[in-house]
Structure formats: structure tokens, C-alpha cells
Design a protein around this ligand. Structure first.
Ligand SMILES: [Zn+2]
Length: 226
């Protein structure tokens, strides 16, 4: 079983919560850490009680003082890409059933999420990507509402992404582009060759036309149009 890093997203009390899960396997035990990508950004450690190639149940936090339990199933999704599904259960809750949050996690060997010079966290290529290559399938809830993180799929359908698209920063001279020519399976494609280590970005203005909330652009392009 390949190990790696996963972007997990699940519904929280006040909107969707995103975490970055780093995993490694030692014999029957899965080890790792979970880092919140929200404002709090706290990191907790993870250790499974047992596990196999199909999944595991892990405690988060110090042994004997777990703050949450992860119940994960691992689904291989073709070469270099993997999806986890499972539940996160907050311990010590008055209603543990109510605190169970189903979530999805994505692993894609082609990218990683780390701190960006443009803004907050960004998505970076781990290997060279050819011009036109599919970087990811855009997954999430399709709605009629545009938000600061949505991607326009058609004139009146926007996708609220559950995957790492949410962490891709805007650039006025973008190296990737949203290809919604099949609205049932929208894609992010490399617009030009992208070198390993480069931050992946797309043009929010080109995609959505107008930005909800707006922001001062720090993308590094020669000229800005935001
Ligand atoms: Zn810019």
C-alpha cells in the first residue's frame, strides 16, 4: 500500500472543514498527522489501533486522550490517485452519533499542498505535467450559487469544490485552466507545461467573470487584471 498525503473534507458545524492527513505505514499500524487548513491550523498525531490495506481505525491526539477517531476506508483510484472515505468521530461529545462526520479524502501523487507565497496554502506540482494534461477531476456540490471558492461549470452552475481545487490560487497569467466542455465531468488541465515544484494556479476572472469578495492580487504576473 502506497502512503502519502490526503486532503480530507467533511461538513463541520459552520461549513465545510478541510484537513491535510499525512500517512505512513509501519507493519500493521498506520501513523501520521492531521493538520487543520482553516484559521486554527492545529496539528494532531494519528495512530491506528490496527489496520490493513483496506482501511483502519485511528485515534487522533495523545494515547489515552484521543480527541477524535478516524474510521477510514481506502479506495485505490487508478495510477497515482487514491481516495479515502470514512467518518470522523469527535470523542467526549454529548451526542457521538451527531458528531460523526462523513468525509472524503483525496490523494494525488501529482500534487501537494503547502504554504504559498501568493496566498495561504497553495497546490504544487510534484512531477512535470505536459501541456493539456488532466491535473484533476473537479468534484463537489453543484449549485447555482457563486462563492469565493466556487468554480463556474456552466453559466448558471457553480461547483463548490470538496477537493484540493479549493486551495489552488488565482494567477493573472495562469498555468492551468478549467475545462468544463463535459459539465458532468469538469476537469482542471495544464494550460502549458508545468515543472515539478511549480505552484499550480488558474485564472479566477476567466473562470467566474467576477470575484465574490475580491482581493488584492499577489500572483507575480507582469500585469494584473484583478
Ligand atoms: Zn495577478
Amino acid at each position: 500500500m502506497r502512503v502519502g498525503e490526503f486532503l480530507a473534507s467533511y461538513p463541520g458545524d459552520s461549513g465545510r472543514v478541510f484537513e491535510w492527513i499525512e500517512l505512513r505505514r509501519q507493519g500493521d499500524v498506520w501513523m501520521g498527522q492531521v493538520t487543520g487548513l482553516g484559521a486554527e491550523g492545529a496539528t494532531t498525531h494519528l495512530r491506528s489501533r490496527s489496520g490493513n490495506d483496506d482501511g483502519f481505525i485511528a485515534e487522533l491526539g495523545a494515547t489515552g486522550a484521543a480527541t477524535a477517531i478516524l474510521d477510514l476506508k481506502i479506495v485505490e483510484r487508478g495510477e497515482g490517485e487514491m481516495v479515502l472515505s470514512g467518518r470522523r468521530v469527535q470523542t467526549g461529545s454529548s451526542s457521538e452519533d451527531g458528531a460523526m462526520a462523513a468525509f472524503m479524502a483525496e490523494y494525488d501523487a501529482r500534487v501537494e499542498i503547502r504554504t504559498s507565497a501568493i496566498h495561504g496554502h497553495g497546490v504544487f506540482a510534484r512531477r512535470d505535467l505536459a501541456a493539456g494534461a488532466v491535473i484533476t477531476v473537479i468534484r463537489g456540490e453543484m449549485t447555482r450559487v457563486q462563492t469565493p471558492h466556487s468554480a463556474r461549470i456552466t453559466d448558471d452552475v457553480h461547483c463548490e469544490p470538496t477537493g484540493y481545487l479549493r486551495y489552488i490560487n488565482h494567477c493573472c497569467d495562469a498555468n492551468s485552466v478549467i475545462d468544463a466542455s463535459d459539465p458532468a465531468r469538469p476537469l482542471l488541465r495544464a494550460r502549458r507545461a508545468i515543472a515539478a515544484g511549480e505552484e499550480i494556479n488558474f485564472d479566477y476572472i476567466e473562470n467566474e467573470g467576477e470575484i465574490v469578495g475580491g482581493f488584492a492580487c499577489n500572483c507575480g504576473a507582469a500585469t494584473h487584471h484583478i
